[in-house]
Design a protein around this ligand. Sequence first.
Ligand code: ATP
Ligand code: MG
Length: 439
Amino acid sequence: MRLSSYFLPTLKEDPAEAQIVSHRLMLRAGMVRQASAGIYSWLPMGLRVLRNVEQIVREEQNEAGCQEILMPTIQSADLWRESGRYDGYGQEMLRIVDRHDRDMLYGPTNEELITDIFRNSVRSYRDLPKLLYHIQWKFRDEVRPRFGVMRGREFLMKDSYSFDLDHAAARRSYNKMFVAYLRTFRRMGLKAIPMQADAGPIGGDLSHEFIIQADTGESEIYCDTEFLNFDTSNTEYGDDKHIKNIVDYYTSLYACTDEKHEQEVFEREVPEIRRYVGRGIEVGHIFYFGTKYSEKMNAAVTGPDGSDIVVEMGSYGIGVSRLVGAIIEAYHDDAGIVWPDSVAPFAVGIINLRSGDTACDIACEDLYAKIQAASIDVLYDDRDERAGAKFADMDLIGVPWQLIVGPRGSKSGIVEVKRRATGEREEFSLEAALSRVLS
Ligand code: ATP
Ligand code: MG
């Protein structure tokens, strides 16, 4: 992509409405624009990151044996009356009446709809277990939408649902999703800590929130700081026993959100210097709730002996759009965003320090063509701008590798390679620079 023709409306000044750094940087870097309170349009750069985050989530769901579907955003109120949640959900639900006077709603979550799909399609115990997910926009009419995409009213969520024959099997599905979450967040460079959590309006008796530490987070958390020293590489799936071992390891230390926190236990289990009391951002939440929906909505399969068995269910959410903000909270500095490679909108940026200078233009075009040919996302700053402005913009939008081409170097075939995260700069030949950023 050539920056001269790219739609990247960056802002020089800090927008007054943004209270936290991720919101500020997303507006300044031209990633999103507010459409109305808590509702955002995603501009090209923001959308690239959102898609990258979504893709990591998708790959890890698929890897865990979860199958992708796509349910609609608009649902019928009737299903929610069956589960009993239509009245209970309260003002967070956006209710809509269609032209035939039918009550509809913009889905805040999908337990009812997936249970309906399941009961109409699955009849036998032999078809279990089933794990299904979709990545779809949700609407919750939050009292206080704020912090940009972190607490929006319309937001993108990945939600999965598991269907099993009995409690033990349901636990296996829960454990599998638990591990999928560890893998997902790690790939984004995040240290998400699984914490015992309250099940809230979803219901159920087993639940973990995946939370990353951040002073700007809205969750109150209590945990053992030993978590941050965990060896997070041991998340290969293996058999059920191995998966359970991983879950046991990650739940062996104290970690609770405020609803589950018990000060006495905290003080007993965690040595004083390891007690973290602070705030965090909830990026995922998993629930086991048994037959809460399947019983009310009559989702049953025929068992081996011919009798009906009401299925055991769980649901598993990830805040895909919130993650974009959360990653920025974890990765930024005074100059702007510092994207981890895995989610970066462009892997490489090329800065032409003197557009119009023949040697610079030729060197940059050559690099640009070769990087594109390698199917690597590259942003080429070919604008007729001051060098300082180009450096500032490339740092603001956080491109991890930057190739800097100036008049002096380009004559002798030298380019400077800069790593955004460390600020390190080193000179290479064109070929060596390419192999550095393409490896
Ligand atoms: P919160 O406690 O932050 O309000 P929740 O517990 O109501 O979230 P869940 O029902 O667990 O949310 O939804 C699954 C995931 O969706 C959450 O872990 C979070 O990452 C994300 N999410 C929930 N509400 C919002 C929102 N208003 N804006 C952006 N992401 C959200
Ligand atoms: Mg939650």
